[in-house]
Design a protein around this ligand. Sequence first.
Ligand code: CO
Length: 146
Amino acid sequence: MQKIIPILATLASVPALAKTCNLDIDGTDQMKYSKAELTVEKGCTEVKLTLKHAGKLQKNIMGHNWVLAKAADVDGLAAEGIKAGPSKDYLPAGDKRLIANTGLVGGGEVSTVTFKTSGLKAGESYVYFCTFPGHASMMKGKLIVK
Ligand code: CO
């Protein structure tokens, strides 16, 4: 016991231990995400989100991405995404309302994004959605921050 106590004291004095939390979600050929909700638990300093397109359709027909924003910014971002067009993966590059986003994927493809949780607030309403034209109404979910 006497040897353990100093080690615990050392760990407790480290201000913020980096912790990457993994989240996974699929997109389908039925224009849906596999999950309606994702949760960022307390203590996660970083999130690594993996989006997998579990379908077969190509990304110019049934493309999916995972874009995180405050709920109030979703409609505006979806409109800007359509303006940005397919060459930009339907994303308005540099838009400050974008909190995090993966690339656009087609059937069988995977895209990941890692982002810090320091910009997220517990209790705020965050929504993830797909900016492929017409998809946001079906492909939308809640990111809950504990
Ligand atoms: Co989509």
